[in-house]
Ligand binder design. Structure first.
Ligand SMILES: Cc1ncc(COP(=O)(O)O)c(C=O)c1O
Length: 565
């Protein structure tokens, strides 16, 4: 009898495990970024190949006349770049061989098949001399509107941050770089952070990545559960556990990557008992389930960003409810969006409260920072009843006096009238600007539209094309400074006036018109996103065959000339 009961229990247990496994599978996004292990495997198989100088201009099988027009335009742009960025490009050439970061960003600005030609001919520079208002000036003296936004740090304009750093430094000068003890300004910073986050305690770190690490570590410590849940495509810094897919050579130990904004993920959260925390990056509201876009991934025109505030707020509310019901720690990672959407961050903007919030980027007035705010019982790093069972977090530079000084200036200015004025009608202002620009682009019948989450913008392409990545070079030529991800992310600072914005809009429209005139958006009748992807897959297979052990005997080189087989 006992055996029967034991056997029945084992069968039930196995069935339950199978059911949980199935639920987990259903909650994975079907894209590769929803499958961390598989994506790493697939990327390891993708062979390098590149287009030769002929194919470069007709990768979409455009007629010879169009290819010639493109070639001429490309060489014209190359001449412009060579003359305009001479000093900066020379410095970049000198430094890049010893700086892998520069090599990496140079290589991944455009799809790899086009990259060599672009690197050879369209050399911009990485060196800037000064910033003022909404503009940057490079070492060649070119002044451009800044749309790179210093990775999101630049929220109120560079002059604001220069003041924070200068005045903050003056406040802590007497103490200097003494670490371990705190400068008295920390008391003010902590008080303000508690007010802003609505949470009890604060811990100070040096980067957003570290803040996320600490929030997750604390959640695991207090819940005594292993797994963190992140949503497909979301960036939370470069710590391995939050970057389980491409980019990290190792598999994450205890991370589930689930579909964003999907009921199947709520079912997993409701059913499993091993989940410590859910990490949410509210920036994903602009492109749920897609990775932070970069123009190197613009192989076709399928980028389709769109933001729906009500839908995302409803999703956060559903997450809040399930986390409450299952004692899962809900962490908002506001390193990017904190202070940008509203003075109270995403919690205020979407009307949902988290158990822990991470901040970074702009918060320390332009100096490096990461902060965790959390409920008291989650922030504690030891257990009263088990004195040896602690949750460690250190960092030599945590609460550095100069960082605390600049943070003090940032937080004090948040309440000032000029900064409050920048927040006034924030959504309405950016919506109007996006609407007006989109209308101009539509009327001019240009195949480009912008999508945005407040002051964070991205460019969508409406017509299937292999050359959308060229748009970033036209925008730069028109005097707009972009980050290395190109048109994927335009970050405006809130000090953009209507006049500044109008100047940017004129340049975007002019750049798109020039790009169309030069033939890059040739509308081939058989060109669809699907056909483009199919074609690239075929090229990949050919390149793989050419470089594989068998194929390489007959064809050692994988430079693609476009001969159809
Ligand atoms: C949402 C989010 N979390 C964490 C990080 C990592 O911050 P840091 O680059 O300061 O380490 C970033 C950086 O872009 C981010 O956007």
């Amino acid at each position: 009898m006992l055996w029967y009961v034991a056997a029945a229990l084992i069968v039930l247990l196995v069935l339950r495990q199978a059911q949980l496994r199935l639920m987990l599978s259903r909650a994975k996004h079907r894209s590769l970024s929803g499958h961390a292990r598989l994506s790493r495997l697939v990327t390891r198989l993708i062979p390098y190949y590149e287009y030769d100088e002929t194919r470069f201009f007709c990768a979409d099988d455009a007629p010879a006349e169009v290819a010639a027009r493109r070639r001429e335009a490309f060489m014209r742009l190359a001449a412009l770049y060579a003359q305009r960025y001479a000093r900066s490009a020379a410095l970049t050439r000198e430094v890049a061989p010893a700086v892998s970061d520069l090599q990496f960003t140079a290589r991944y600005r455009v799809p790899f098949q086009f990259s060599r030609m672009v690197r050879q001919h369209l050399q911009g520079g990485a060196f800037l001399e000064s910033s003022a208002g909404t503009t940057l000036t490079d070492v060649d003296g070119n002044r451009c509107y800044d749309l790179g936004g210093s990775y999101g740090v630049n929220l109120f304009g560079y002059d604001f941050y220069k003041e924070c750093i200068e005045q903050g430094s003056a406040r802590v000068r007497e103490l200097g770089p003494v670490l371990g003890a705190y400068h008295p300004l920390v008391a003010y910073n902590v008080r303000r952070l508690r007010q802003i986050s609505g949470l009890d305690e604060v811990s100070l770190h040096m980067s957003g990545t570290e803040a996320v690490m600490q929030a997750v570590r604390l959640a695991r410590y207090h819940t005594r559960r292993r797994y963190l849940v992140r949503f497909c495509g979301a960036y939370h810094g470069w710590w391995g556990e939050v970057q389980p897919g491409v980019g990290n050579p190792l598999a994450a130990q205890a991370t589930y990557t689930l579909k964003d904004m999907d009921a199947a993920s709520l079912r997993v959260l409701r059913a499993r008992r091993d989940i410590a925390c859910v990490l949410v990056n509210p920036l994903q509201a602009l492109h749920p389930n897609a990775s932070a876009p970069a123009d190197s991934g613009l192989i076709d025109s399928s980028r389709g960003a769109a933001f729906d505030r009500a839908a995302y707020a409803a999703w956060l509310k559903a997450l809040r409810e399930v986390c409450n019901a299952r004692n899962i720690v809900l962490i908002f990672d506001e390193v990017f969006v904190g202070f940008r959407l509203a003075p109270g961050g995403a919690q205020e903007y979407f009307g949902v409260r988290a158990d822990m919030v991470t901040y970074g980027k702009t918060l320390a007035g332009g100096l490096p920072i990461g902060v965790v705010c959390g409920r008291r019982e989650l922030m504690k790093r030891y257990r009263e009843e088990r004195p040896a069972d602690v949750c460690l977090a250190r960092g030599t530079f945590n609460a550095h006096p100069y960082v605390m000084g600049a943070m003090h200036e940032f937080l004090a200015r948040l309440d000032s009238e000029p900064v409050r004025a920048l927040y006034r009608d924030l959504d309405a202002v950016w919506q109007r600007r996006a609407r007006e620009l989109n209308e101009r682009l539509r009327v001019a019948q240009l195949p480009v539209q912008v999508a945005h989450l407040s002051s964070i913008w991205t460019i969508n392409y409406l017509q299937p094309s292999r050359y959308n990545w060229m748009f970033q070079y036209y925008l730069r030529a028109a005097g707009l400074a972009l980050s290395w991800v190109g048109t994927a992310r335009l970050i405006f600072s809130l000090n953009y006036s209507d006049a500044d914005f109008a100047a940017v809009a004129d340049r975007v429209v002019a750049a798109a018109e020039a790009m169309r005139r030069d033939g890059w958006w040739w509308p081939g009748t058989t060109l669809t996103n699907k056909a483009i992807r199919r074609r690239i897959l075929r090229e990949l297979l050919q390149a793989w065959w050419a470089t594989s052990a068998i194929g390489s005997r007959s064809s050692p080189r994988s430079r693609y000339s476009g001969a159809r087989q």
